[in-house]
Design a protein around this ligand. Structure first.
Ligand SMILES: *[C@@H]1O[C@H](CO)[C@@H](O)[C@H](O)[C@H]1NC(C)=O
Ligand SMILES: *[C@@H]1O[C@H](CO)[C@@H](O)[C@H](O)[C@H]1NC(C)=O
Ligand SMILES: *[C@@H]1O[C@H](CO)[C@@H](O)[C@H](O)[C@H]1NC(C)=O
Ligand SMILES: *[C@@H]1O[C@H](CO)[C@@H](O)[C@H](O)[C@H]1NC(C)=O
Ligand SMILES: *[C@@H]1O[C@H](CO)[C@@H](O)[C@H](O)[C@H]1NC(C)=O
Ligand SMILES: *[C@@H]1O[C@H](CO)[C@@H](O)[C@H](O)[C@H]1NC(C)=O
Length: 366
């Protein structure tokens, strides 16, 4: 073959590969999301009757909007990329919420394993799945009475919609308060069995497109560094608590194996696994390359460097401790921080993570 033709051919195939990697095929009539605070768009606040305090939301919504963030979450950026409106929280009943393009069952503090007396959120994964099944049944009932009813997804959307999951962080990070690393590693199987039970119920109800995020480097959160990283020997070269990242990695390996199993069990389903851990760890390790100045320290907190995190007072709140008032305040420029409040990421970091997801480079499956 003429060498010029070969060169052109190579350029063309290269471009096709690049385009394929770039375009996460993203067109769905509706999205149903399950998870914890990483993707809670107002659920826990609506359910428990509290308002997330300012300065949460200051950067984008100009009101806290029920999110534990200065602005948008990863799920918000993904909805944007799908040209769909932001998801309404299932339990938010104020302001005629429209669920036609989907519904968000994620609630801050939720675990995969059933909640117990110590849980922040009673809405563990199994409960979220039951909420979805009720939502689906009532939606179909409404549509049966009125085919043009506009505030719930169409019957078709339940089958063709995207089912997204970002949950497990609280099962792991929360367990470190009462369990040893070997105990936590040993519990991963039971956590994933509970996850599987929920996923199968969704499949049986007609869900076919699954989009599963793995868990992030939990040992790099200011909250976990403050709690478990006071002894420098527990930290790795990035300043993250090694044992927490070890648990996250072990969970993720088993989660990926579960995704592969799901795909072979259900050949008629799309199962996409998204490696959030690698995206977030890369962001923390190479923060300056991506425009961030603080890789670990929280923007909104109390106590100042190195963590600006104080477990006694959450972002936006004031407490009197020993007769002294302490307030967790926002920093001046959240766009150069990865951590918003010690537990959750800033909008700037979420935007970076979402843009990396959308390259398709961290997704496997289909
Ligand atoms: C059916 O739903 C549409 C759109 O929500 C509404 O405009 C219409 O009044 C409803 N019809 C009946 C009979 O309730
Ligand atoms: C799986 O995804 C592809 C591409 O997005 C889509 O064409 C197909 O309909 C999906 N399969 C199911 C069962 O929804
Ligand atoms: C940081 O960036 C370098 C250079 O691109 C890369 O080799 C390395 O894997 C990154 N670190 C992490 C933890 O991803
Ligand atoms: C309150 O102040 C006393 C005396 O300064 C100190 O010993 C104690 O640790 C303080 N308690 C807290 C919760 O900071
Ligand atoms: C924010 O900026 C002001 C003015 O430059 C400065 O006085 C203040 O210390 C800064 N606050 C923080 C939390 O960095
Ligand atoms: C995806 O990963 C490949 C291989 O590491 C890299 O060359 C490419 O630039 C990445 N694509 C995007 C859009 O980041």
């Amino acid at each position: 073959m003429d060498s010029k033709i070969v060169a052109v051919f190579q350029v063309v195939t290269f471009c096709i590969c690049l385009a394929a990697a770039n375009s996460v095929a993203f067109s769905y009539p509706a999205v149903f999301n399950f998870g914890d605070s990483n993707s809670d768009t107002g659920e826990l606040g609506a359910a428990m009757g509290f308002l997330v305090a300012p300065p949460n939301g200051e950067k984008y919504f100009k009101t806290p909007s029920g999110r534990f963030c200065d602005g948008r979450l990863i799920v918000d950026f993904l909805m944007d990329a799908m040209k769909l409106p932001f998801l309404n929280a299932y339990m938010n009943s104020v302001g005629l919420p429209n669920f036609q393009r989907g519904c968000n069952f994620a609630a801050a503090g939720s675990t995969i394993l059933p909640a117990n007396a110590a849980s922040i959120s009673p809405f563990s994964f199994g409960v979220q799945v039951y909420q979805f099944l009720r939502f689906r049944a009532l939606s179909l009932q409404l549509l049966q009475g009125n085919k043009s009813y506009q505030y719930v997804p169409s019957e078709d959307s339940f089958e063709k919609g995207l089912y997204m999951f970002d949950i497990g962080q609280n099962d792991l990070a929360g367990a470190f308060y009462s369990k040893t690393l070997p105990q936590i590693l040993a519990s991963i199987q039971a956590i994933l069995l509970e996850f599987e039970t929920g996923i199968k119920k969704l499949y049986d109800s007609g869900a076919r497109n699954f989009w599963i995020h793995n868990t992030g480097p939990l040992g790099c959160l200011p909250q976990t560094v403050a709690q478990f990283g006071t002894n420098p020997s527990t930290l790795d070269e990035l300043g993250c608590v090694s044992s927490l990242n070890q648990a996250a990695k072990a969970f993720n390996i088993q989660l990926q194996a579960f995704c592969s199993k799901l795909k072979s069990q259900y050949p008629d389903a799309n199962v996409t696994h998204v490696d959030i851990y690698t995206i977030k760890l890369n962001l923390i390790a190479n923060s300056s390359k991506y425009g961030f100045k603080h890789s670990i320290m929280a923007c909104c907190g109390h106590g100042g460097p190195p963590l600006n995190f104080d477990s006694r007072v959450s972002c936006g709140l004031t407490k009197i401790v020993n007769g002294t008032e302490i307030t967790a305040k926002s920093c001046n420029d959240s766009s150069v921080y990865i951590s918003w409040d010690g537990t959750h990421y800033t909008e700037a970091a979420n935007e970076h993570v979402a843009s990396q997801i959308l390259t398709g480079n961290y997704s496997t499956g289909k």
